[in-house]
Design a protein around this ligand. Structure first.
Ligand SMILES: [Zn+2]
Ligand SMILES: [Zn+2]
Length: 441
């Protein structure tokens, strides 16, 4: 008897967990087959560029309205805010970005985009969802449907955001400038995810640290003195000076940065001169500078200025012609997952979706940036940004064994498997929201 009770206690919670999991999975699968698959196909065939997502926003708004949300369009340009009030409790926000990229799709998929679109400056180009934002907005529509169907299980306010222009790092701040919190309420918690072609389809990845880095764009304008190429002694060569600055900047990374602190300085553009035998009078460098802490950011930006100016001094440039170092636009802050909230979400995902939901083979590489932290940094809102898998294990394994590489985000051949990505995205988001807005017993 004692033995039997022990077995019953051990088995019961597992059975209940399995039942909850299956119910959500079945409901999402049904919605995918009936609606979301076609919705993804529509978004994939009809991508629009940053800040130009008018038809995308209108379709997303219509889907969210059909699920019973109160929807406002045109927030921060083309942004969409959908609200569902369902009694007392926290305000939980989920964000999905809506924009495509100026890329000609060569994925070979049947629903490959043939769309052309104008950017905000009026330049016409092919447009492709080459970063997977079509997965994000389709999943947002799926989340809306599941949360509406589960009103009896949660209490609080749900805010779903369709954000413009993530790829230009401008959409989130545009919505904030349009006073999104003042108008619709400031979230207690914020969530977002990105699909990744490097993560196994059907799985997710989440870190208690920083899923995305902070980024600044810096321009260095170097003033030289023009001269004949045959008489360098009569000029001050800005190409030579620029080349020295490019090399010297990397000593900031190798000699000044604390080795455990993540940081990148990339000089992505170097423009000077017009002809082989003319010493130019100016050169311009454009840099992307990445950090994961305010301290490192300050160190990098101060050091870049110091290196540029003093390299010019070492070359005899006059004090009134020293390089101009400009940090452009607004900084993109690092995306920092709230550690306590992340642990809470991990527990919820593990309980409801199983410990196998996490892709243990994926590790973040590189220092990509995101504009989601414009929503969560000032004022601070505890947030979790997670990654949803988009590539089958077979393809990932083949690539790891030296086969065809996995198609990179932003490339013409980028593709993910929409069904497992969207279904997992919806299941993970709904699970997180239900945990955050659980109705008091
Ligand atoms: Zn992207
Ligand atoms: Zn993206």
């Amino acid at each position: 008897m004692k033995h039997l009770i022990a077995v019953a206690v051990a088995v019961l919670p597992l059975t209940l967990v399995h039942a909850a999991d299956t119910e959500l999975a079945n409901a999402v699968a049904k919605d995918y087959n009936g609606r979301l698959g076609a919705l993804f196909d529509h978004f994939h065939r009809n991508p629009e560029l940053s800040f130009m997502e008018t038809r995308t926003a209108a379709r997303l708004a219509a889907e969210l309205r059909a699920s019973g949300f109160e929807v406002t369009e045109g927030v921060g340009g083309t942004g969409v805010v959908a609200i569902m009030k369902n009694g007392p409790g926290p305000l939980v926000m989920m964000r999905a970005d809506m924009d495509g990229l100026p890329v000609l799709e060569k994925s070979g998929l049947k629903n490959a985009s043939t769309a052309m679109g104008k950017d905000r400056e009026g330049n016409l180009s092919p447009v492709t969802h080459a970063c997977g934002h079509d997965v994000h907005i389709t999943s947002l529509a799926g989340t809306a449907q599941q949360m509406a169907a589960r009103r009896s299980q949660w209490s609080g306010t749900l805010m779903l955001i369709g954000q413009p222009a993530e790829e230009r790092v401008g959409g989130a701040s545009a919505m904030m400038k349009d006073r999104v919190w003042e108008r619709f309420g400031r979230p207690d918690y914020a969530l977002a995810f990105h699909v990744s072609s490097d993560v196994e389809a059907g799985k997710i990845f989440v870190t208690e640290g920083s899923p995305y880095s902070g980024a600044d764009t810096v321009e260095i304008l170097i003033h030289g003195v023009g001269a004949h190429g045959a008489s360098p002694h009569r000029g001050k060569d800005p190409v030579m000076l620029g080349a020295q600055i490019v090399v010297a900047l990397q000593t900031i990374i190798s000699r000044e940065r604390e080795p455990h602190e993540a940081a990148v300085i990339t000089v992505g553009s170097f423009h000077a001169g017009s002809k082989a035998n003319i010493i130019a009078d100016t050169a311009k460098l454009q840099l992307t500078v990445r950090n994961e802490s305010a301290k490192t950011r300050t160190m990098l930006l101060d050091a870049i200025k110091r290196v540029a100016i003093n390299t010019a001094r070492a070359n005899g440039v006059a004090e009134d012609r020293l390089p101009e170092v400009k940090v452009l636009d607004e900084e993109t802050p690092p995306t920092l997952n709230d550690p306590a909230l992340t642990r809470r979400m991990k527990q919820a995902w593990s309980d409801k979706l199983g410990a196998g939901i996490f892709d243990a083979n994926y590790a973040r590489a590189g220092m990509g940036a995101e504009d989601f932290p414009f929503f969560t940094t000032k004022p601070y809102i505890p947030s979790v940004y997670f990654t949803v898998g988009g590539t089958s294990k077979a393809v990932l394994d083949a690539a790891a064994a030296g086969g065809a590489p996995v198609p990179s985000h932003h490339s013409a051949i980028f593709k993910v498997e929409p069904e497992p990505a969207i279904r997992t995205g919806v299941e993970a988001t709904v699970t997180a929201m239900l945990a955050l807005m659980k109705k008091p017993a």
